[in-house]
Write a protein that binds this ligand. Structure first.
Ligand code: BDR
Ligand code: CA
Length: 313
């Protein structure tokens, strides 16, 4: 079965690997990439997205989107994690392609409306583009097949604050709209992405299998790995964004639960995702009043990283 997807992204080392999967996997029909600030500013995100399609020898539309969060001020890009150029500060070839003239939100609307009920939105950056698309076309909620979000955390805690995951923290107001919009939505958060560790042997297979694209993925990974060594004490990287595609194509590797999501938009816990399991009664009903969604809680991490290496190897 082929999955028509739009991939919304802030590339980013782990985004780059996921984009390569989206470009290469025979069961994915990549309709377009939409870009956002996050790991880098949005112009750099767009340049990297165009570069990755070029290295894969594919012509896929790239539409530029959000340059800043909806409400809060933008945090500086995490150059210590992804490099100032988003790809580990390695030297990169010139980009020859140009972005689609439409905004990311308009591209999403046009593409979904052209194929109602068929398109899955896979979002692996801050969620401003999906929030903007919802604002322009609220009926989108009934026209997408599914929304898969790499972001948030149920029981794992955060990676940029004690409770917040980076993509949600970067734009909690957009995340609140997207996670409670009432469309079919699956959250692929730190509970599962932290269980997946891609090591050097996996990367060597990817480098060998992807030519110049493989070199860019492997060399940028080396920079990203240094961050993981210091931050989490592991010898390898969590391939967060590829996990969203792993869920889409290999859902049997994940355990999910239905529940109600909400997002803390202000204060100390800004960017925290809250998950009220379906049917569970709390002291007041307010946490259970958002539409039902699905959150990933467990994963066979070894099988996921093997799937990534086999897909790109
Ligand atoms: C998420 O934040 C970004 O830095 C990564 O690309 C990923 O999408 C992980 O928290
Ligand atoms: Ca990302």
């Amino acid at each position: 079965m082929s999955h028509p997807i739009i991939f919304d992204t802030d590339p980013g080392v782990d985004d780059a690997q996921a984009i390569a999967i989206a470009l290469r996997h025979p069961e994915i029909e990549l309709l377009g990439l939409t870009t956002t600030y996050g790991n880098v500013d949005v112009a750099t995100a767009t340049r990297n997205a165009l570069l990755l399609t070029q290295l894969a020898g594919r012509e896929v539309p790239v539409a530029q989107g959000a340059a800043a969060p909806l409400v809060k001020a933008r945090h500086p890009a995490p150059a210590h994690i992804h490099g100032a150029n988003g790809l580990g500060d390695i030297s990169l070839p010139e980009v020859t392609g140009r972005p689609d003239p439409r905004s990311a939100a308009q591209f999403i609307i046009d593409t979904v409306n052209a194929r109602p009920g068929e398109v899955t939105l896979v979002a692996v950056g801050p969620l401003g583009n999906l929030a903007a698309a919802l604002q322009l076309d609220p009926a989108l909620t009934g026209k997408v097949k599914r929304v898969v979000v790499m972001g948030g955390s149920v029981y794992e805690g955060g990676n940029v604050t004690p409770v917040a995951e980076a993509n949600i923290f970067n734009d909690p107001d957009a995340a609140a709209r997207v996670l409670t919009a009432g469309w079919p939505l699956t959250l692929v958060g730190l509970d599962v992405t932290h269980r997946c560790v891609l090591d050097e042997a996996h990367m060597a297979r990817i480098a060998a299998g992807q030519g110049e694209l493989g070199r860019v993925l492997a060399d940028s990974y080396a920079f990203y790995r240094d961050f993981y060594r210091h931050a989490r004490g592991i010898d390898g990287c969590c391939p967060h964004d590829s996990c969203a595609l792993a869920w889409l194509l290999r859902p049997e590797l994940f355990t999910t639960a239905p529940g109600h999501l909400s997002v803390v938009t202000h204060g100390e816990a800004e960017g925290q995702t809250l998950f009220a399991p379906e049917g569970r009664a709390f002291i007041a009903p307010r946490w259970s009043q958002t539409p039902l969604a699905e959150a990933c809680l467990e994963v066979d991490g070894e099988a996921v990283v093997e799937w990534i290496a086999a897909t790109l190897g």
